[in-house]
Design a protein around this ligand. Structure first.
Ligand SMILES: [Zn+2]
Length: 82
């Protein structure tokens, strides 16, 4: 498999494949590979940064979901009033 182009964004080292698995997406099967930086210390920092990003994303998603649910609830209430 050609792994070119998969480099650590922190140190620029070529990332190594930790594990790979097949996932069914719709009707096709896609191979997902998990890669990590060969530099353990660097990888730790990368994971930390990724987690921060994911947490931020999750928080914003939750906020959106909440406001959507709120809107939907208001709509429902209006319908009930009719
Ligand atoms: Zn790195």
């Amino acid at each position: 498999m050609n792994q070119s182009g998969n480099y650590c964004w922190r140190c620029g080292k070529e990332r190594i494949v930790v594990r790979s698995w097949e996932e069914k997406v719709g009707t096709s099967v896609v191979t997902t590979t998990e890669t990590a930086c060969p530099d353990i210390e660097c990888q730790k920092l990368v994971e930390k940064a990724n987690k921060k990003r994911v947490d931020k994303f999750k928080a914003s998603q939750l906020k959106r979901k909440r406001s959507l649910t709120c809107k939907r609830k208001n709509l429902k209430d209006k319908h009930l009033l009719k």
